[in-house]
Ligand binder design. Structure first.
Ligand SMILES: *Cc1c(COP(=O)(O)O)cnc(C)c1O
Length: 216
């Protein structure tokens, strides 16, 4: 269990980037992790977690929310429109808004409930055909469209291509966010969060480096 170690590295990265301590939120990505590991991180005082599936989150988090106060949950995986209602009930933020149909579904729910989780638009910075996210050259239009629906956009999110240097992808995301007046940047995972912090990340999503490997 190395939550402390990751917190330390995050703080060093903030300092190295000339950013104040606490400028970057650490999202502990608990997907697929055994409950005992999640409980251990909660017991160390951590409260911000990321899950990539609505159903998995629904299955496990109510049991933690009774004994532990102040838990915040962020959805970082793809969201099907038919799970949007469950997602807005469960999550404080959704990092994977990536298409008009989902934006419309969230806008309807926001109106109905009078509240909506914070939303990040996922950008497919590597323009990979199999990957979710709006293409970089379609991002400005999509952001404008979502804003016209009164959705609470707070930032952008990306997952760089697996074998690529992530830095240009983080820089591109920061550039698209800046020209659209969005402050949030959800970028950086276990292997590259320090690079992301140097390039302006406000939220890093760290799983295996905190909890250990997911597969065994
Ligand atoms: C699983 C996952 C992470 C965390 O990955 P690690 O390499 O374990 O830190 C971050 N972001 C997304 C979208 C994920 O699905």
């Amino acid at each position: 269990m190395s939550l402390d170690h990751i917190r330390q590295r995050l703080q060093q990265a903030e300092t190295a980037a000339g950013r104040p301590a606490g400028a970057v939120q650490l999202i502990a990505v608990s997907k697929v992790q055994p409950a005992a590991r999640v409980a251990a991180v909660l017991e160390q005082g951590h409260r911000l977690f990321g899950e990539n599936r609505v159903q998995e989150a629904q299955g496990r988090w109510p049991d933690f929310q009774a004994p532990f106060d102040g838990i915040a949950l962020h959805l970082i995986g793809p969201l099907q429109t038919n799970k949007a209602r469950a997602a807005v009930q469960m999550f404080d933020a959704i990092h994977t808004l990536d298409r008009p149909k989902l934006a419309q579904a969230l806008a309807r729910l926001a109106q109905e409930r009078g509240a909506c989780p914070d939303l990040f638009v996922q950008v497919n910075t590597g323009a990979e055909p199999q990957k979710a996210g709006v293409m970089p050259d379609a991002a400005d239009d999509f952001i404008a469209q979502a804003r016209a629906m009164d959705l609470p956009l707070v930032g952008l999110m990306c997952i760089p291509p697996v074998d690529a240097d992530p830095a240009p992808h983080f820089a591109l995301l920061a550039e698209v966010a800046a020209r659209n007046g969005l402050a949030g940047l959800s970028m950086g995972m276990s292997g590259d969060f320090e690079t992301a912090v140097a390039l302006g990340a406000t939220h890093v999503r760290v799983g295996s480096a905190i909890f250990g490997a997911r597969d065994g």
